[in-house]
Design a protein around this ligand. Structure first.
Ligand code: SF4
Length: 58
């Protein structure tokens, strides 16, 4: 999958879901979860804003 989140690195800050709600949501564990692989461009923006570099976009 091109868009992935490393749950061990994610601190649940919510930045990715604010920037790109197409691809990410904060799940019940308080971690970011990939909900769609469609919007690569916005996922890349979110990856750049992730404070822990938890998001990878291939
Ligand atoms: S921006 Fe990074 S640390 Fe914050 S919720 Fe998203 S994946 Fe987790």
């Amino acid at each position: 999958m091109p868009i992935t989140v490393d749950k061990n690195l994610c601190i649940g800050c919510g930045a990715c879901a604010s920037i790109c709600s197409d691809a990410f949501k904060i799940n019940e564990e308080g971690k970011s979860e990939v909900i769609s692989q469609e919007n690569i461009a916005c996922a890349k923006n979110a990856a750049e804003s992730c404070p822990t570099q938890a998001i990878k976009v291939e």
